[in-house]
Design a binder for this molecule. Structure first.
Ligand code: NAD
Length: 415
């Protein structure tokens, strides 16, 4: 992971909108700190009989607008600052998308690739025991993130329910569909991102039919983004990449076949009919839409001047680093900011909460109909403010999100 600076980056973005909102220095200082964070040490019995202590965190960044919401990550390089930065981003994301939720994030320092399924289950349950007293359907609702999935969420929901002595679906989202999960959750982030791209393309007179798209990352977000872009929006996916490098085909990649190729070989490289390229080549490719959907901080001051896309849509969190934003803006390349573009995941998580609370189950069509409406509303509000104030969309998005949180804090009497 390379997001040591993510917390600092988000704080800098916050500063960019504080003048627009006339925030006092004391309010700005409050917004730059999490309201609550819990550090835990989690002893877990390993398969060989030894006990290993894992370090875990849960950060509730701000819950003025409602119960905190955010994923749980299992990663060997996890840091508290990464978690703080992502919890902060979740706060602004939920506020921008008008969800009655605050922002949170959690993580455990561990290497899931070196752990058995039984060890992962014991760790997941022990983590919930350790943070039980600060989570709950009305307090803080976790979800999957890096190296945690629907199965992990099922264990965690079960552990919480055992302690509470009642089945509590509403404590966690991203559960399996058979256990209170929502239809459409797995592709929600990519689908939501495409709804926003479609609006932005219209505003920039860009025809999506045949538009040339390059996507960095071919995981949970990047792979469905490629499929949806090609099959539902008629785009030509000319390049994709993963951690081992990228591939390019001028006439467009056959994305479904590529998904099978990646499944078999573990990488996108050497896909028949495509040319191997590097990850840097992909970022600098002449294309209509560049979608970074892998890591943070990949477009930096060093390479931002070489980006030759007509539009950048941030599906990943924080892919455009500090300083790079200004270069892209100066070159007339609109950037659709991460917490606007990738809000589809948390929106469908919120839909899962609503369905759980009502013992209801919506079909995928209904989920995406509601998702589309929410994504368009958020995009339109950002677009209008960005044009009115002549500021980049990121600054406008922060202004909207921060003003909603500040207003809630005022009304609660916190500030
Ligand atoms: P993932 O682990 O499933 O996929 C990441 C992809 O990036 C993989 O294909 C990996 O090979 C690739 N990658 C890693 N290093 C790379 C490199 N140096 N160059 C190019 N590709 C590289 O993760 P994901 O869930 O798809 O998340 C991707 C991004 O989207 C992250 O920033 C995440 O925070 C953000 N995000 C995800 C969701 C979601 O619903 N999964 C929601 C919001 C935001």
């Amino acid at each position: 992971m390379n997001n040591q600076n993510l917390f600092e980056m988000v704080k800098q973005h916050l500063c960019s909108c504080s003048a627009d909102l006339a925030l006092s220095p004391s309010v700005e200082a409050v917004l730059k700190l999490p309201v609550r964070e819990l550090h835990v040490s989690i002893p877990v019995r390993m398969d060989n009989g030894t006990i290993q202590a894992f370090q875990g965190f849960r950060v509730q960044y701000n819950d003025a607008l409602g119960p905190a919401k955010g994923g749980i990550r299992f990663h060997p390089d996890e840091t508290i600052d990464t978690i703080r930065g992502l919890a902060s981003l979740m706060t602004w994301k939920c506020a921008l998308h008008n969800l009655p939720l605050g922002g949170a994030k959690g993580g455990v320092i561990c290497n899931p690739k070196e752990m058995s399924v039984a060890e992962l289950e014991r760790l997941s349950r022990a983590y919930i025991q350790a943070i039980y007293h600060i989570i709950g359907p009305d307090r803080d609702i976790p979800a999957p993130d890096l190296y945690t999935d629907a199965r992990t969420m099922a264990w965690m929901m079960d552990e919480y329910s055992r302690i509470a002595q009642k089945t509590t679906f509403g404590v966690i989202t991203g559960k399996p569909v058979s256990l209170g999960g929502s239809e459409g959750r797995e592709t929600a982030t990519a689908m939501g991102g495409w709804f926003v791209i479609r609006e932005a393309a219209r505003d920039n007179s860009l025809d999506l039919r045949g538009a040339r798209v390059a996507i960095q990352g071919f995981g949970n977000v990047g792979a469905p983004a490629a499929l949806i872009g090609q099959e539902q929006f008629g785009c030509r996916i000319v390049a994709v990449s993963d951690s081992s490098g990228g591939i390019f085909a001028e006439d467009g990649l056959a994305v479904r076949a590529l998904v099978s190729h990646k499944k078999k070989s573990g990488r996108v490289h050497d896909f028949p009919g495509a040319r191997n390229i590097t990850n840097n080549d992909l970022l600098e490719l002449e294309c209509d839409i560049l979608i970074p959907a892998a890591l943070e901080n990949v477009i930096t001051m060093a390479n931002a001047g070489k980006v030759a896309a007509k539009m950048v849509a941030e599906f990943a969190n924080g892919p455009v680093g500090t300083g790079a934003d200004e270069i892209l803006h100066g070159n007339g390349i609109p950037v659709i900011p991460d917490f606007l573009c990738n809000g589809g995941g948390v929106i469908v998580s919120y839909f899962e909460m609503v369905q759980n609370a009502n013992f209801d189950h919506w079909d995928e069509k209904e989920v995406f109909r509601r998702l589309e409406k929410k994504m368009i509303e958020a995009y339109r509000s950002v677009r209008v403010l960005s044009s009115q104030n002549q500021v980049p969309m990121r600054q406008a998005a922060y202004s909207i999100a921060v003003s909603r949180v500040v207003q809630a804090m005022h009304m609660r009497g916190w500030i």
